[in-house]
Design a protein. Structure first.
Length: 360
């Protein structure tokens, strides 16, 4: 990534100050400088960090977790600026939310830029260790800026990571990494039956993402999730894309064109709902994922185009609730938590009844 060197004139414009005032700011804030021939250049990201957001930091750090997600707007104080110094703890769900929002911002306009403010925290070290910054900059190297030197040299924490952040560039590409995934899971003592379900789910979610993302890539990360008991292990699978979104994709079927996203998102999990009118019984994959999650006692969070649902099958009764996404990001994200235990099989009709019980 780059330091975004700008001229003194552009720095004055950025801060809306005169040249003498800028000189005073340079001294007091100890801004980074770079001399090129007879010109003095300043780092825009340093100006944002040390001047524009100086009074905004430090603040109380927040958690970005699948279990208790905070609103993400706190780490986006300015358009295109992501202050990752405000993160205390982040998991694969938070990573996917953040990554897709950044990718959407870059995708909206080729002139858009992204500025990532980082520090020497464990959260930023974690993001670095799973390849987050490399993935953000993929295909956008000249438009992504970050002060990564501030986290270099820290121990890289990968204790919880089963599969670091991957881009799945085309349908079926996830098959190349499934062997790596199986080996990692088996080495850590997960059963072959459990590994088989995980592999199938990864394939189905990636296939669904490519279906609804207009041929664009999707992203995948898998990690261990700490439970209340050391005797119980959980895996968190996060898949996301920046495509049209599931509701908008379903609207391509004339039968659903007039329905709202609030109706369409839960309908997507019914066994005979599909964007393909000529194949009305095609939509079974998401239905099967709900059946597997219910049979495992796990939970699923799905978000698409500013609307979200949370399926909680961990208690005595099933709970399906509306869950506002931390960011109204275009595209779709699935975050699935499964327990390392046996799976009960549900029929598709039984799963349909669970979906149909949702009053929304």
């Amino acid at each position: 990534m780059n330091d975004d060197w700008i001229s003194l004139k552009n720095a004055c414009t950025l801060l809306s100050v005169s040249r003498p005032t800028l000189n005073k700011i340079r001294r007091e804030a100890k801004l980074k400088e770079h001399r090129l021939a007879h010109r003095v250049l300043l780092s825009k990201i340093d100006i944002i960090k040390r001047v524009i957001l100086a009074k905004d930091h430090p603040q109380a750090k927040r958690n970005y977790l699948v279990t208790f997600p905070d609103e993400f707007h706190y780490i986006q104080p300015l358009v295109g600026v992501y202050d990752l110094r405000k993160i205390d703890v982040i998991d694969a769900y938070g990573v996917m939310t953040l990554l897709c929002d950044i990718k959407c911002h870059l995708k909206e306009d080729e002139r858009n830029r992204v500025y990532l403010l980082v520090d020497n925290s464990l959260a930023c070290s974690y993001l670095d260790s799973i390849g987050f910054f490399s993935e953000v900059a993929r295909a956008n190297q000249s438009r992504v800026f970050a002060n990564l030197d501030d986290i270099r040299g820290l121990p890289q924490s990968q204790d919880t990571v089963i599969l670091p952040l991957h881009q799945i560039g085309y349908r079926g590409a996830e098959k190349k990494i499934l062997d790596q995934l199986y080996d990692s899971l088996l080495t850590q003592g997960f059963s072959e039956d459990y590994c088989g379900y995980i592999g199938w789910i990864v394939g189905e979610l990636c296939d669904n993402a490519h279906t609804h993302s207009e041929g664009g890539p999707c992203y995948l990360v898998i990690e261990n999730l700490a439970g209340k008991s050391t005797d119980t292990r959980y895996l968190l699978i996060a898949v996301g894309d920046t495509g049209m979104g599931v509701p908008e994709s379903l609207r391509s079927n004339p039968n659903y064109s007039a329905l709202s996203k609030e109706r369409l998102l839960p309908m997507a999990f019914l066994s005979e709902v599909s964007r393909m009118d000529i194949e009305p019984k095609r939509g079974k994959g998401l239905n099967d994922i709900i059946g597997i999650t219910k049979g495992n006692g796990g939970w699923l969070r799905v978000e698409s185009n500013g609307y979200g649902l949370f399926f909680d099958f961990g208690g005595e009764t099933d709970e399906i609730s509306v869950a506002k996404p931390p960011l109204p990001t275009r595209g779709t994200r699935f975050c699935l938590v499964l327990i390392d235990s046996s799976f009960q099989r549900l029929t598709r009709s039984e799963t349909d009844k669970i979906i149909e019980s949702f009053p929304g």
